[in-house]
Design a protein around this ligand. Structure first.
Ligand code: AP5
Length: 215
């Protein structure tokens, strides 16, 4: 299964990715997670990406495309993958298309999670993530059992730097300008299924499974 999870920041892509990778036994490739890990380890890539993430801007296409292409060549991606947060521009989508063509493979589906702007802001402000394993929580919608401690691994649960209202609004604006055109891009290839992301986490998962039945 070769999938893309598309949707604005805080639509629930990372949350849904967890169920999908377990069900289909495919790796999750989250470009946001790759950048955050590199920033934490202070690698040259992390140093270059940091200011873009802090401001809610997109990292330049050349950099992102090279990282994803390298990752897709790895053994664990041969039978499929879940792209979470990539592509985010038409340039990135075209690069992915070229890469898959050269590889003799193709996408099965693009799942577009639709959520209204105000809900996105509410989700951003309340989101908490585990520093150790990356598990995602929400102070109201998906709280940890013990405050500040990850249910899965016991790691410290923190707020992401780009989850302040101002940066969240900026990221939505960037999404509307740069990423939303991908909806039409994939619709024209008959790959796109739009899911109502305002439902409960479980209801969104069920709707995605339904959309993937014949994929
Ligand atoms: P990235 O990490 O990809 O951020 P994003 O796309 O903005 O996605 P998020 O992680 O913010 O949200 P999500 O949709 O995964 O939602 P989540 O499941 O956490 O990218 C970060 C930055 O990296 C970018 O700004 C950019 O700088 C850079 N970058 C990354 N990829 C790039 C690329 N390809 N090109 C260029 N730059 C790139 O859920 C959010 C919250 O809502 C959680 O608290 C969750 O518990 C809650 N929630 C989820 N679903 C529901 C539900 N149904 N009901 C109630 N609450 C819910």
């Amino acid at each position: 299964m070769r999938l893309i999870l598309l949707g604005p920041p805080n639509a629930g892509k990372g949350t849904q990715a967890q169920s999908l990778i377990n069900k289909y036994h495919i790796p999750q490739i989250s470009t946001g997670d790759i950048f955050r890990a590199n920033i934490k380890q202070e690698t040259p890539l992390g140093k270059e990406a940091k200011s873009y993430l802090d401001q809610g801007l997109l990292v330049p296409d050349e950099l992102v495309v090279a990282i994803v292409q390298d990752r897709l060549k790895q053994e664990d991606c041969q039978k499929g993958f879940l792209l979470d947060g990539f592509p985010r521009t038409v340039v990135q989508a075209e690069a992915l298309e070229r890469f898959l063509k050269e590889d003799g493979s193709a996408l099965n589906r693009v799942i577009n999670i639709h959520v209204a702007r105000e809900t996105l802001i509410e989700r951003a402000i309340g989101r908490r993530v585990c520093q150790r394993c990356g598990a995602t929580y929400h102070v109201a919608f998906k709280p940890t059992a013990a405050e500040g401690i990850c249910d899965s691994c016991g790691g410290e649960v923190i707020q992401r730097k780009d989850d302040q209202r101002e940066t969240a609004e900026k990221r939505i604006q960037v999404y509307e300008n740069e990423t939303a055109p991908l909806i039409e891009f994939y619709q024209s290839q008959n790959l796109l299924v739009t899911i109502d992301g305002e439902q409960s986490i479980e209801a969104v998962t069920t709707a995605i499974y339904e959309a993937l039945k014949d994929a």
